[in-house]
Design a protein around this ligand. Sequence first.
Ligand code: COA
Length: 157
Amino acid sequence: MPLNPDGMPLCVRSAAENDLSALLRLDAEAFPTEPYPFYVLRQLFDLCGDRFLVLDDGHILYGYVLATPPDAGLSLILSLGVTRNLRGNGLGRRLMVAILNRLRSEDVHEVRLTVDPDNGPAVSLYQDLKFVQRGEVQKDYFGPGEHRIHMTCDLTT
Ligand SMILES: CC(C)(COP(=O)(O)OP(=O)(O)OC[C@H]1O[C@@H](n2cnc3c(N)ncnc32)[C@H](O)[C@@H]1OP(=O)(O)O)[C@@H](O)C(=O)NCCC(=O)NCCS
């Protein structure tokens, strides 16, 4: 089981409303150039419900992942982030496995996400979890210079 820097176990659980200020900081650390504003995070929390997961040790949040409610068996993973000093310890994988299991339990058959082609760690993680690229890299998908790979994972196999 992954541990925090003091050796305490980390658990995956659904995000709660009183996590939002810690999530704002965590998201800003994971995505320093384009963090979610609080009002966006707040609405994502309302939208995603139990598909907004966090990793914590009972005091501090170390990572989060969120996915949309299924629509005709399709769900989108909107974000994944792990605190900088604990990266490379399997926490991102643990969050992804947890969200995929949750979506599977809701009969989701396909999960999609987008990723920066230059984000090697994330692309490797998604490929490891059986995500495959859909189509060509979409140039300027999130605005000028913000290219994205679209990836999909078949949860029925
Ligand atoms: C992407 C991110 C969530 C990965 O989290 P993490 O906890 O460091 O990842 P893990 O330790 O679980 O690693 C899982 C797999 O990811 C890949 N990976 C992780 N770090 C890597 C690195 N530095 N280089 C290459 N591959 C890497 C590997 O496939 C790894 O599997 P392995 O441990 O069997 O080799 C984390 O780097 C992060 O928060 N980045 C900033 C935010 C971000 O880019 N989010 C994704 C947006 S699409």
